[in-house]
Ligand binder design. Structure first.
Ligand code: UD1
Length: 418
């Protein structure tokens, strides 16, 4: 079993480049099922979740060729399946994103309930309601969900909550439907804009991505294209917090600055200096002042940065509060941070953190992907040695994480216990 060992480190300094965004790469990989010609994807991050999605595509008949560490060529002309195995679905919740494209191209899809990070109930009712509105018939056979249709028909769909996955799945289903689909109260995350840009290059007609109303006019078929995945704003944010928690001087390259505004605002509020470049951001100085954080759908503060900021608040002066409004059960990292000496109390969806705590190394568990990142951050300033277990969660979403942290001067290594 592998673990990550982090030792108290000097202030981090230097430059680091973010990889392509996991949450853009996954829906775009699913969307390749819609095309019948070669698609080349660049800046695809080397992650466990991406490997699983590639396995899903191959199991459905797509041909995936690795052109380099971060380049893929995919051809789905010979698509011949519509069932995603229980095994693959169980490994990653985002496998569910193949449902929209399969329904559009094959007229049928069978999927088990998805797995992935254990952060709340995470139902898929909004995805299914969207498919139904487009004319699909949904059947649930003890967790095996079948959606089928003759031909999807465009309609107006209002999402009760701006779910990222439901927005993506519905767009992907609608691009080959008859007529126009209008998606209201859609999620506005940058990864949805990247998906829409990719689909447009394939020949789809999608407008309004990045706003709450997205219009999709169905076309007969989609072709091929070359597309570069946008930078990972959560990875960038994680390195920004690493600078702030250690009082370092870190420049992060390959960043779309407008995507990380909420993170910049909170780090400045904590007392750090943030300098925005064209496609980079530099964070200097130690965060000291307590923070009030509330997660929200984009453009609000991202839930995927909540755990990393909770790690930061443990060493800020005074009382901070962290409110999670997107997911029901996303405070599991609090227990692990408390093992390291953090003072945190949780009531309902709000954590109160009293700082500055004198963190000390401990044996802790990455309870989910971003929780794992939070523990690395805490480990950088904790006395002694922090041993992080269950690091497969971290590998789902961070490419070359130890190498990147080490390049900034962090004491971090991956150790095989066997
Ligand atoms: C995506 C991201 C994830 C991020 C999340 C919120 C990917 C692969 N993952 O996840 O990293 O944390 O957005 O920014 O892009 N919900 C329902 N019914 C549904 C769908 C969702 O009630 O049908 C609820 C969920 O339980 C959750 C909330 O809506 O409480 C947000 O979920 P959603 O936006 O769908 O997140 P994901 O697409 O799963």
């Amino acid at each position: 079993m592998e673990k990550i060992v982090v030792k108290k480190s000097q202030p981090l300094s230097g430059r680091v480049r973010t990889s392509g965004a996991k949450n853009a790469a996954l829906p775009i990989l699913a969307a390749t099922l819609l095309g019948t010609e070669d698609i080349v994807l660049e800046d695809v991050p080397g992650l466990r979740d991406v490997d699983i999605m590639i396995e899903v595509l191959e199991s459905l008949g797509s041909v995936v060729e690795r052109l380099g560490k971060n380049r893929l060529k995919i051809n789905s002309k010979g698509l011949n399946g519509y069932t995603t195995s229980y095994d693959l679905m169980g490994k990653m919740r985002a496998s569910f994103l193949v449902m929209g494209p399969l329904l559009a191209r094959m007229g049928k899809t069978v999927n088990s309930l998805p797995g992935g990070c254990n952060i709340g109930a995470r139902p898929i009712d909004l995805h299914l309601k969207g498919f139904e509105a487009l004319g699909a018939v949904i059947e649930d056979n003890v967790g095996d969900i079948t959606a089928s249709c003759d031909k999807l028909k465009g309609t107006t769909i209002y999402l009760d909550f701006p779910s990222v996955g439901a927005t993506e799945n519905i767009i992907m289903a609608a691009v080959l439907a008859d007529g126009e689909t209008v998606l209201e109260n859609a999620a506005q995350e940058p990864e949805i804009v990247d998906l829409a840009n990719f689909l447009r290059k394939m020949g789809a007609k999608v407008v309004g991505a990045g706003t709450s109303t997205i219009r999709i006019r169905g076309v007969e078929r989609l072709g091929g294209c070359t597309h570069q995945i946008i930078p990972d704003r959560i990875e960038a944010g994680t390195f920004m917090v690493a600078a702030a928690i250690t009082g370092g001087d870190v420049t992060i390259d390959n960043v779309i600055v407008s995507h990380i505004k909420p993170v910049i605002a909170k780090l400045e509020e904590a007392g750090c200096d943030v300098t925005e470049g064209d496609d980079s951001v530099r964070v200097t100085g130690r965060g000291v002042k307590n923070l009030k954080i509330k997660t929200l759908p984009y453009p609000g503060f991202p839930t995927d940065m909540q755990a990393q900021f909770m790690a930061l608040t443990t060493v800020l002066n005074g009382k901070s509060s962290v409110k999670e409004t997107v997911f029901e059960n996303r405070f599991m990292h609090a227990d692990e941070l408390m093992k390291m000496g953090a003072e945190i109390t949780i009531e309902d969806r709000e954590a109160t953190v009293i700082g500055p705590a004198k963190l000390r190394g401990a044996k802790v568990k990455a309870t989910d992907l971003r929780a794992g990142a939070a523990l690395i951050l805490a480990g950088l300033v904790a006395e002694g040695k922090t041993e992080i277990y269950d690091i497969y969660h971290i590998d789902r979403g961070y490419e070359d994480i130890e190498a990147k942290f080490r390049s900034l001067g962090a004491h971090i290594e991956r150790v095989d216990e066997d």
